[in-house]
Design a protein around this ligand. Structure first.
Ligand SMILES: Nc1nc2c(ncn2[C@@H]2O[C@H](COP(=O)(O)OP(=O)(O)OP(=O)(O)O)[C@@H](O)[C@H]2O)c(=O)[nH]1
Ligand SMILES: [Mg+2]
Length: 316
């Protein structure tokens, strides 16, 4: 565990934009090192300073390739960018991750880009907890845009919505027929939709289908929404449409600010972060109280799981 003065120095270095310090701080925060509490406390002061763009969608849709393009777009504008590649299905940061990282490797030596992978540690809410912590480190580092890429199983999409300000949902023409069957959840959480691989056949139909599906989600007579999620055709491979996508992401950020929704979303994010913290702490504490005696009492019929569970939760 690092000494207190080292931690202060670490915080100072992160705030000056030192990438090596950020990498170290991130490990401490994500691994929940004893010292992480003081780091996390300091970094939280920067919460809300960046636009967090969550990139989700089915496997192979081109999320990583597109993330590489977005990094390029922001860097052309000299904006410091943070990238978190999140893989809830993996407990190791190898394999698929490395593939992903290769695609964004072109930016790895750019001092304005900080890239990090996060893998699940097999705990309830563990990953989301880690994402929040990591995001705050990147905010303290000075990243004005933070891209969080996840693999898209339903559950993770919901989780990304609790972390991101702008949810970018990526699909492709090849997935056209599946748009109808797309989970309602995905439709609801997307702020900007991308039909990627627009260089392939079927792009116009896919865009039209998606637009239709989004329109159908609205009940007749309902007032127009303050934000109509745009559908942008993009080829992450060639770069076509990426500028237009960048404009939509900016427009959404401006909309959030103008409408007051940015604060509402931040509030929601803070609530989720707090809830995950409590969930993990309560679980860890209460489960730690399950001992031999507790099991013996259950075996002998002296008590039952509900009564004992309630008692273990109350115990100080
Ligand atoms: N033709 C075409 N291929 C693309 C495009 N974008 C990505 N690809 C290819 O699609 C494949 C998957 O791309 P990724 O960027 O890894 O997709 P992903 O969504 O990150 O994949 P997972 O992280 O595994 O879910 C790769 O072979 C890419 O080269 C595109 O715009 N057009
Ligand atoms: Mg990927």
């Amino acid at each position: 565990m690092p000494a207190k003065s080292d931690l202060k120095d670490l915080i100072r270095r992160v705030r000056r934009g030192d990438h090596a310090a950020a990498a170290r701080a991130l490990s401490l925060v994500v691994d929940e090192d004893e010292s992480a509490a003081s780091l996390a406390r300091d970094f939280f002061k920067s919460a809300g300073s960046a636009q967090k763009v969550g990139v989700c969608g089915p496997p192979g849709a081109g999320k990583s390739t597109l993330t590489g393009r977005l990094i390029g777009l922001y860097r052309a504008r000299k904006i410091p960018v943070g990238v978190l590649a999140v893989d809830p299905s993996s407990s190791l940061s190898g394999g698929a991750f490395l593939g992903d990282r290769l695609r964004i490797m072109a930016h790895a030596t750019d001092p304005g880009v900080f890239i990090r992978s996060l893998a699940s540690r097999g705990m309830v809410g563990g990953l989301t907890h880690a994402i929040f912590g990591a995001v705050h480190v990147l905010e303290a580092l000075g990243c004005a845009k933070i891209i969080v890429e996840t693999v898209g199983t339903g559950q993770d999409e919901v989780e990304i919505a609790s972390v991101a300000d702008t949810v970018l949902y990526v699909t492709t023409p090849a997935l056209g027929d599946e748009i109808q069957a797309m989970k309602a959840g995905a439709m609801e959480i997307g702020d900007v939709f991308v039909v990627n691989k627009a260089d392939l056949a079927g792009r116009d139909k896919a865009v039209a289908d998606l637009r239709g599906a989004l329109g159908l989600g609205r009940a007749a007579g309902q007032a127009p929404r303050a934000w109509e999620p745009p559908v942008v055709a993009v080829s992450a491979l060639s770069g076509e449409g990426v500028e237009a996508l960048g404009r939509e992401l900016d427009a959404h950020w401006a909309h959030l600010e103008r409408s007051g929704e940015r604060r509402e979303r931040l509030k929601r994010q803070h609530r989720a972060e707090l809830e995950f913290w409590i969930q993990r702490r309560v679980l860890k504490t209460a489960l730690g109280r399950v001992d031999e005696k507790a099991l013996k009492d259950l075996l002998s019929g002296k008590t039952d799981p509900a009564s004992l569970g309630a008692k273990l939760l109350r115990k100080h």
